[in-house]
Write a new protein. Structure first.
Ligand code: TNX
Length: 539
């Protein structure tokens, strides 16, 4: 009797906690667009059958029995048939074609199409789903994906892909049948910022490799791609007003390889490719430290007027722009000006980490001036948590990586926080001692460790209202090839995607690892060289 009552009380507490988690303003959308509070809490269980394969887990999902089979006669009907919705429909058609062999047409409709089709629409979209939310209703006769905004349709079509058999992701024709379980899903993200960072400075990766990484991110509903474009070992984007940065500063890499750089056309191609996947590119030029490649390219940027040699090692904290020289700010202004003009997103990331070769007063002075320059080019500032030492400008974001106290200093100045705690979210940390690639300074990050934390409880004193979301950085000191990127990114990135998207309530490793196991064949079909950790029951 006592035990039963205890269970009831514990159950009620859990329900209240869940309710609380849902009404909290996550910053994901303005209050008017906040999702309603009466949405059922997901309680993911194995009884959901095929639907348990979804990562991230939707906010609410009901299996309704039966299934829909995609046939060669199916069409993707969009309403309204705008260029944007037609492009979204075409993205789905292109994803379904190689494995099914079906040339699925994208067609205009007014109202639901005939049985056997897919219907993508913003007509009657529910504004409380916000920009990225969607509802998905699959019956035995029709697939209806509805959203308030096109972005929501794009996120929702990833759910459609994941509800199909894993073989759907193959690049060659497979047998089928292409069935999806009948479900009703209502879904939207917990956090507005769900990011992945790639360091192309320590080792360079081509636009082709970068775009592949972006397309994989899209599969897990991530929406921010942070490109770490410069560091001691390389400068990776052409700046027309300072051409040596790329030509000379981009000519090598960690270990002394050939390096490389993006032309401005490459960068624009990446930005557009990401935008077509509703992913915002965040360019980072790290300063005043992590600047040896720039200092080596232009002697005048050095306080002593002497350019150092190019650097191919992996130390940090030895380089600094010359804070007292006027040319330094001309340089920053020119670089920010050119990159801002190529970047539609609201933010410019100025790095600011590990500037141990800059005195504290110089650091503060530099960051204050650099922020002013960035704002003058109509971009908002992002910096690693270290920039909290300066006077932050309005609407700046700080990226937490190592020091909670420093992060809280920034929050006290009104900044919001991107959560990238190194000990949980650094994709360059080894999975275990046996992992050949990666580093260990922030600890070992198994798949379970990477998944089992919450942004809200990571830094004590940091409340969810100050957190814009989560980002997992891949630093590439030890990462050389596309296969290396895959190996360290997957399967940890889907876990960060779920932390960023799904409600905290109901998230647990025991359940998640089963869903992740079902993504093994999907990642294989996608050609991803993921780490087959024994922690996960791979299918
Ligand atoms: C710290 S995290 C860095 C990077 C390194 C990384 C290696 C941060 C803001 N700075 O420069 O690449 O550690 O794990």
């Amino acid at each position: 009797m006592r035990t039963t009552r205890l269970f009831v009380i514990v159950g009620m507490c859990l329900a209240l906690l869940a309710f609380g988690a849902m009404i909290k303003d996550t910053g994901a959308q303005p209050p008017a667009l906040r999702p309603p509070t009466n949405t059922p809490i997901p309680s993911p269980t194995a009884s959901q059958g095929a639907t348990t394969n979804l990562i991230p887990m939707p906010v609410s999902l009901q299996s309704t029995g039966g299934s829909f089979t995609l046939a060669s006669s199916a069409g993707i009907y969009v309403e309204p048939a705008s260029a944007e919705l037609t492009a979204i429909g075409q993205y789905l058609a292109d994803k379904l074609k190689p494995s099914t062999g079906f040339a699925i047409p994208v067609l205009a409709t007014t109202g639901a199409p005939a049985n056997g089709n897919l219907y993508l629409t913003t007509a009657g979209g529910d504004s409380t789903l916000g920009t990225e939310g969607y509802s998905l209703t699959i019956t035995s006769t029709l697939v209806t994906l509805r959203a308030y905004q096109p972005t929501g349709l794009f996120r929702g079509l990833q759910t459609i892909r994941q509800l199909l058999p894993a073989a759907i992701e193959n690049s060659t024709v497979q047998a089928g049948p292409w069935t999806m379980p009948a479900v009703t899903i209502r879904d939207y993200p917990r956090f507005a910022w769900r990011g992945y960072m790639l360091d192309v400075a320590r080792h360079f990766f081509s636009a082709v490799e970068v775009k592949r990484a972006i397309d994989l991110m899209a599969y897990y509903k991530l929406n921010r791609f942070h490109l770490h474009l410069s560091d001691d070992q390389g400068w990776r984007l052409v700046i027309n007003s300072w051409p040596n940065l790329a030509i000379y500063g981009g000519s090598t890499a960690v270990g002394g390889g050939p390096g490389g750089y993006f032309t401005q056309a490459d960068y624009t191609d990446i930005v557009n490719y990401a935008a077509a996947r509703y992913i915002t590119v965040i360019p980072e030029i790290d300063m005043p430290g992590h600047t040896n490649a720039a200092l080596a390219s232009y002697a005048e940027l050095n306080c002593n007027g002497v350019a150092p040699a190019l650097y191919t090692g992996t130390n940090v904290g030895f380089s600094s722009l010359c804070v007292s020289k006027a040319i330094t700010y001309t340089f920053v202004d020119n670089v920010v000006n050119e990159i801002a003009a190529l970047t539609p997103g609201a933010y410019f990331h100025m790095g600011g980490d590990e500037s141990s070769a800059t005195t504290s007063s110089d650091y503060i002075s530099f960051v204050n001036q650099a922020q002013g320059i960035i704002n003058s080019h109509n971009k908002l500032v992002i910096g690693w948590e270290d920039i909290s030492a300066s006077t932050l400008t309005a609407n700046s974001l700080i990226q937490h990586w190592n020091n909670g106290t420093t992060t809280l200093n920034g929050v006290q100045q009104g900044a919001k926080v991107i959560m990238s705690p190194a000990s949980k979210a650094y994709l360059d940390m080894k999975y275990s001692r046996q992992t050949k690639l990666g580093q260990t300074w922030a600890g070992l990050i198994s798949i379970q460790t990477g998944y089992s934390w919450d942004p809200e409880t990571q830094v004590s004193g940091l409340s969810e209202s100050s957190i814009v979301g989560v980002e997992a950085p891949l630093w590439t000191e030890t990462i050389v090839t596309r296969a290396d990127i895959d190996y360290m990114t997957y399967p940890r990135l889907p876990g960060y995607a779920e932390i960023g998207w799904s409600p905290a309530t109901g998230r647990n490793w025991t359940e998640y690892k089963v869903r992740l196991g079902a993504h093994g064949p999907r990642l294989t079909a996608l050609g991803v060289n993921f780490f087959r950790s024994s922690e996960v029951p791979w299918q």
